[in-house]
Design a protein around this ligand. Structure first.
Ligand SMILES: NC(=O)C1=CN([C@@H]2O[C@H](COP(=O)(O)OP(=O)(O)OC[C@H]3O[C@@H](n4cnc5c(N)ncnc54)[C@H](OP(=O)(O)O)[C@@H]3O)[C@@H](O)[C@H]2O)C=CC1
Ligand SMILES: Nc1nc(=O)c2c([nH]1)NC[C@@H]1CN(c3ccc(C(=O)N[C@@H](CCC(=O)O)C(=O)O)cc3)C=[N+]21
Length: 332
């Protein structure tokens, strides 16, 4: 509701892609264009959406992902700040950086890049981020909001998958959906979002027995394990929609959790790796930054136009430190 995506350009991007392959990059590009149009409208009001990425240590993959995020920011007109801390940084020092960014009125979105070095517990440190700036949607208050259907900021990867599915016109109501992987950042929120969209969801993990049999019943399959090639092509039900979230590097190549070529023969639609879910995650993060700006300033992006929230029948309880779900319809 804070940022309502215009689906038609996204649907056109899907149609331009190869038959049976869901081109995440093309849909992400179409989404980024809408984010860019929103930031241009915000610029006219003197607002520069700003994302701060806090990172500790030198994880190789993080290096790539942070660069992707920086590039996307530059493209859509979001200012990017990178707080790169040494691997030896203490937890309380990270919390101090997060607190400073919380207090900075020029910063709208804060993201703590995971994984953190050593034994540090990201889940604990994440709670130091102001929920209104939590563009990853990982703060327990936002996750609770997701559970109760009130979150304004939701985890980017599952949200991006939902956008991708709706762009492709995939009907979810009454469908059998199977999610493999139950992490707090992907699998679990994914299962909630699919259930919210009226699918019947089975959530699988390491202890799941007969995974192949469960997968073979899936009309919608989302795989997020990080185990390259876990899902065999022969497991995939004919006509299924297959979303491969996994990213592994095998012999220098980026690979997904699904045997792509074999699964493609069975599936009606399948996302590749790379150029599938990954670009949607980054584009949805950009969308979330604009959402965070809108919540703060009492604005809404509707049909691509930035409008005052009051004029579309929504009011925001402005004030300090209010949770994002204080957004409520005026009539209630
Ligand atoms: N494309 C994108 O934008 C993104 C991609 N990723 C990628 O997605 C993958 C998953 O990420 P994330 O959720 O953070 O990973 P986690 O490691 O946190 O979770 C992996 C999940 O997969 C389950 N799992 C592992 N092995 C098996 C198996 N053999 N059979 C069934 N289930 C299994 C685990 O089960 P259990 O709980 O029992 O241990 C766990 O629930 C990674 O490759 C990651 O790089 C992540 C975020 C964004
Ligand atoms: N706080 C936090 N938020 C995250 O959102 C977060 C994180 N930590 N830690 C790691 C995971 C992973 N992730 C990806 C981002 C972009 C691509 C992406 O752009 N992939 C491209 C390129 C793949 C490549 O070359 O590696 C593609 O799939 O086409 C993938 C994965 C965000 N994550």
């Amino acid at each position: 509701m804070v940022f309502d995506i215009v689906t038609q350009p996204l649907q056109e991007a899907v149609r331009r892609g190869p038959e049976g392959v869901l081109d995440g990059r093309a849909v992400a590009d179409a989404l980024l264009e809408q984010v860019q149009s929103a930031t241009q409208q915000l610029a006219r009001r003197g607002i520069t959406p700003t994302l701060a990425v806090v990172r500790a240590g030198d994880d190789m993959a993080s290096d790539i992902y942070v660069r992707h995020k920086e590039r996307a920011c530059a493209r859509v007109g979001i200012a990017f700040r990178h707080e790169h801390l040494p691997a030896t940084v203490r937890e309380d020092e990270i919390v101090e950086v997060l607190s400073r960014l919380n207090a900075d009125p020029n910063v709208h979105g804060i993201l703590l890049q995971l994984p953190l070095p050593g034994e540090m517990n990201g889940a604990d440190i994440l709670t130091a981020i102001d929920p209104q700036k939590d563009v990853d949607g990982f703060h327990p208050l936002n996750l609770g909001g997701l559970m109760s259907g009130r979150a304004v900021l939701e985890p980017c990867t599952p949200r991006g998958v939902m956008t991708l599915l709706s762009s492709a016109g995939v009907e979810l109501t009454g469908k059998r959906a199977v999610v493999i992987g139950r992490s707090v950042i992907v699998g679990r929120p994914m299962s909630l979002m699919l259930a919210r969209a009226n699918a019947t969801v089975t959530l699988c993990h390491r202890h799941t027995r007969n995974l192949d049999r469960i997968v073979s019943e899936a009309e919608i399959l989302v795989v997020a394990t990080g185990v390259a090639g876990l899902v065999k092509g022969s497991w995939v039900r004919e006509g299924a929609v297959v979303i491969d979230v996994g990213i592994s590097r095998v012999e220098g190549k980026v690979r997904g959790d699904v045997e792509f070529e074999a699964a493609r023969k069975q599936a009606a639609l399948i996302t590749p790796v790379p150029r599938g879910v990954g670009p949607m995650t980054v584009a949805t993060l950009m969308e979330n930054v604009v959402r965070a700006v809108c919540v703060r300033h009492g604005l809404v992006v509707r049909a691509g136009e930035l409008v005052e929230a009051a004029s579309v029948g929504v009011c925001f309880d402005k004030g300090v430190g209010l949770a994002p779900w204080r957004v409520r319809p005026i009539s209630s």
